[in-house]
Design a protein around this ligand. Structure first.
Ligand code: ATP
Ligand code: MG
Length: 424
C-alpha cells in the first residue's frame, strides 16, 4: 500500500533544505544584533489559547484550525501562529520580572486548514519576532528595521513595506460603526465572506482579495479619518522615526490584519513577485493581549514571516555555494584498503573535514566517478601499491594535480590543499 503525505503538507528535501538552513542562520545572526533571543514553543496548545487571542470571528479560528480532542478529552489545537504561545509563555514564566523589554524570536511549523495553492500550505513555516514590554514607537521602528536588514542580507529586492495604524480601543469602536453603516448599502455586491465579516468583523472587508470587493473597499471610510489624537500622534512618531532611519515605506490606509489582537501600528511586507499570495510578512502592535490573558499591562510589537514565500523570493544564485560538498572522497580498493581508510576518514573528520567514501567496493573508475558526482574537492586513493609503500595519492579534483602523501602527513596535506576546515 502506497501512503502519501497529506494535502498541503510537504517534505523539504536535501537540495532545498540548504536554503532553509542558510536563511535561518542569517535570521539568527541579524536578530542577535538587535538583542533578540530564541524561544522554542510547543506545537500544540489548548484550543482556548488561540480562539481567545486570535479572535472567535477571525478566519483562522472560524475555519482554519486543526482542533481535536486528545485521548483525555481535552481540546487541543495545532498552533496556527506563534504569538499566542509567546504571550502564554511570557505570563506563565513571569518574564515581566524584572520589568524590561523582552525580545524573543521563534521559528517553526504552523498549521492552518486552508485551500492549498501556490504560496499556501496547511503546514507552513514561520519565523517570528516579539518585543514585549514597551509602547515606544522606537520599538516599532527597530523591529521593522531589523526585518528589512534581514531581507537585505538575504539579497531579496523588490519588497515594499506598507504601514497603517489600526487605532486603539478608544477610537476603533466608533470607526467600526461608521464602517458598518457605509458597508450596508453594498452588501448585495460584496462576496459571501464579506457579508459574514460585515456582522462580526467589518474591518476585514477592507482586506478582501476579491477584485469587486476591493473596488468597494477603496470607497469606504478610512481609519485615518477616525483615529483619536493620541493614535495620530503615535503614528506620526512612527513615520518620522522611519524617515530618520532612512527606511522606505508607504502608508496603506486599507491595511488591516486578520487577527483581532492588533492595535496601532500594523504593517505588511509585500512582494511584486509572489502573485496573489503577495504578503511575505505581517505584524504590528498588540498592546492589550498580555492583559487579556491576565498578565500585567505589557505593550508588544511583533511580526511573523512566511518561510515558503521568503525562500521563493531568494535570488536564483542564492544557493550556488550552499550545496554541501565533501572535502575528501576516499577511494579504497580492496579489503585491506577499506580497513585502513576507516582510520584515515576518522582522522580527517576529527580535524573538521567532510569525508565521503564508496561503501560498495566498486572499481577505481566507478569510485572516481562517485567522487566527481559528489563534487568532492579532493580524492584520497588507497590501493595495494599505496598500502605497500605507505604513501597515498591525494588528487585535487579541480585541477587534476596529484601528490604522494605519507600517512602521518595526511591532515597537513589536506589542510594545505583546502585551507583550514570552515568553522560552522
Ligand atoms: P494571507 O493574507 O497571505 O493569508 P495572513 O494574514 O493569514 O496571510 P499571517 O497570519 O499574518 O498571514 O502570517 C504571516 C505570514 O505567514 C504571511 O505573510 C505569509 O507569508 C505566511 N503564511 C500565512 N498563511 C500561510 C499559508 N497557509 N501557507 C504559507 N504561508 C503562509
Ligand atoms: Mg491567511
Amino acid at each position: 500500500m502506497k501512503i502519501q503525505s497529506i494535502r498541503g503538507v510537504r517534505d523539504i528535501l536535501p537540495g532545498e533544505i540548504e536554503k532553509w538552513q542558510w536563511v535561518e542562520g542569517i535570521a539568527r545572526r541579524v536578530f542577535a544584533r538587535y538583542g533578540f533571543q530564541e524561544i522554542r514553543l510547543p506545537v500544540f496548545e489548548k484550543t482556548a489559547l488561540f480562539s481567545r487571542s486570535i479572535g472567535e470571528t477571525t478566519d483562522i479560528v472560524e475555519k482554519e484550525m486543526y482542533t481535536f480532542p486528545d485521548r483525555g478529552g481535552e481540546m487541543i489545537t495545532l498552533r496556527p501562529e506563534g504569538t499566542a504561545s509567546v504571550v502564554r509563555a511570557y505570563i506563565e514564566h513571569k518574564l515581566y520580572n524584572p520589568p524590561s523589554l523582552i525580545k524573543l524570536y521563534y521559528m517553526g511549523p504552523m498549521f492552518r486548514y486552508e485551500r492549498p495553492q501556490a504560496g499556501r500550505f496547511r503546514q507552513f513555516y514561520q519565523i517570528g519576532i516579539e518585543a514585549m514590554g514597551s509602547a515606544s514607537p522606537m520599538v516599532d521602528v527597530e523591529v521593522m528595521t531589523l526585518l528589512l536588514d534581514f531581507f537585505r542580507e538575504l539579497g531579496i529586492t523588490g519588497l515594499k513595506l506598507e504601514i497603517n495604524s489600526l487605532g486603539c480601543p478608544e477610537c476603533r469602536p466608533q470607526y467600526r460603526e461608521a464602517l458598518k453603516t457605509a458597508i450596508r448599502p453594498h452588501l448585495e455586491a460584496l462576496c459571501t465572506n464579506c457579508n459574514q465579516r460585515y456582522e462580526r468583523n467589518p474591518l476585514r472587508v477592507l482586506d478582501c482579495k476579491v477584485e469587486r470587493d476591493r473596488e468597494i473597499a477603496a470607497t469606504l471610510p478610512k481609519l485615518c479619518d477616525h483615529r483619536c489624537a493620541a493614535c495620530e500622534d503615535n503614528f506620526a512618531a512612527v513615520r518620522s522615526l522611519l524617515d530618520i532611519s532612512e527606511t522606505a515605506y508607504s502608508v496603506n490606509p486599507l491595511l488591516v490584519r486578520g487577527l483581532d489582537y492588533y492595535s496601532r501600528t500594523t504593517f505588511e511586507v509585500v512582494s511584486g513577485n509572489l502573485g496573489a499570495q503577495n504578503a511575505v510578512c505581517g505584524g504590528g502592535r498588540y498592546d492589550s493581549l498580555v492583559e487579556d490573558f491576565d498578565g500585567p499591562p505589557t505593550p508588544c510589537f511583533g511580526f511573523a514571516l512566511g518561510m515558503e514565500r521568503l525562500i521563493s523570493l531568494l535570488p536564483d544564485n542564492a544557493d550556488a555555494d550552499l550545496q554541501p560538498r565533501p572535502d575528501v572522497f576516499i577511494v579504497a580498493l580492496g579489503a585491506q584498503a577499506d580497513r585502513a581508510s576507516i582510520t584515515f576518514a576518522a582522522r580527517l573528520r576529527a580535524a573538521g573535514f567532510a569525508v565521503e567514501r564508496d561503501y560498495d567496493g566498486g572499481s577505481m573508475k566507478s569510485q572516481m566517478r562517485k567522487a566527481n558526482r559528489a563534487a568532492s574537492r579532493l580524492a584520497l586513493i588507497v590501493g595495494d601499491n599505496e598500502l605497500a609503500a605507505k604513501k597515498y595519492t591525494l588528487k585535487n579534483m579541480g585541477n587534476g594535480e596529484q601528490q604522494e602523501v605519507a600517512e602521518e602527513d595526511l591532515t597537513t596535506a589536506v589542510t594545505s590543499a583546502l585551507g583550514s576546515p570552515a568553522a560552522d
